[in-house]
Design a protein around this ligand. Structure first.
Ligand code: PGA
Length: 254
């Protein structure tokens, strides 16, 4: 089964209601490849989710940027997976490196969140990736494998999971991974899935790349055999996000 190209826009903690409306208008007016070619998901901050969901074109979908690890209750400041389901929010990003690093989310905690969100019926963009220090120490694959293992140990059905490989050194730095660097990790990650989960999961799970993706570098990255799309931060707030969505065309001609 072919893996449908996936382009996610992670707006992070940015925007006012006015700015959000402007981004949605730009997206709504854009000419992009059809839904059979590319799946587009944008992730505004929680407070803008209902606004974006109710105004965004129906062929694009929304994602939350996080959710709580279990059923809601006395967890001040958190938002539960059930609430997202209740509002028909189909996707959630979990394990983003900013949360792993700044909020100390461990591999196990992220694994628990992924399992809980999936069990509630959400689809999950699960993020993994090494720091520069880890890459320079030659431990990229160990780090990425350990992060993926903590998810694999808790999840049996992978059909609603997209893995985002996001090297921390490439996020928000303008220092994008080279197409060869991205392909190498994606290929190894797929092999890891084949060996530790199943050949079918390895063949069908989308592995997308994130970290300084922009309108200029997206085609070459997207042309790599094991790069199934992108998770885009900074550029997802700009009109060039449309060009990144269009990079899905490179797979059609491949
Ligand atoms: P960036 O962020 O595109 O701004 O590097 C990517 C991400 O954090 O998902």
């Amino acid at each position: 089964m072919a893996r449908k190209f996936f382009v996610g826009g992670n707006w992070k903690c940015n925007g006012t209601a006015e700015e959000v409306k402007k981004i949605v208008n730009t997206l709504n007016e854009a000419q992009v490849p059809s839904q059979d070619v590319v799946e587009v998901v944008v992730s505004p901050p929680y407070v803008f989710l209902p606004l974006v969901k109710s105004t965004l074109r129906s062929d694009f979908f929304v994602a939350a940027q996080n959710c709580w690890v279990k059923k809601g209750g006395a967890y001040t400041g958190e938002v539960s997976a059930e609430m997202l389901v209740n509002l028909d929010i189909p996707w959630v990003i979990l394990g983003h490196s900013e949360r792993r690093a700044i909020l100390n989310e461990s591999n196990e905690f992220v694994g628990d969140k992924v399992a809980y969100a999936l069990a509630q019926g959400l689809k999950v963009i699960a993020c993994v990736g090494e720091t520069l220090e880890e890459r320079e120490a030659g431990s990229t694959m160990d780090v990425v494998a350990a992060q993926t293992k903590a998810i694999a140990e808790r999840v049996s059905n992978w059909s609603n999971v997209v893995i985002a490989y996001e090297p921390v050194w490439a996020i928000g730095t303008g220092k994008v991974a080279s197409p060869a660097q991205a392909q190498e990790v994606h290929d190894e990650l797929r092999k890891w899935l084949a060996k530790n989960v199943s050949a079918d999961v390895a063949a069908t799970t989308r592995i997308i790349y994130g970290g300084s993706v922009n309108g200029g570098n997206c085609k070459e990255l997207g042309g790599q055999a094991d790069v199934d799309g992108f998770l885009v931060g900074g550029a997802s707030l700009k009109p060039e996000f449309i060009d990144i969505i269009k990079a899905a065309e490179v797979k059609k001609s491949a």
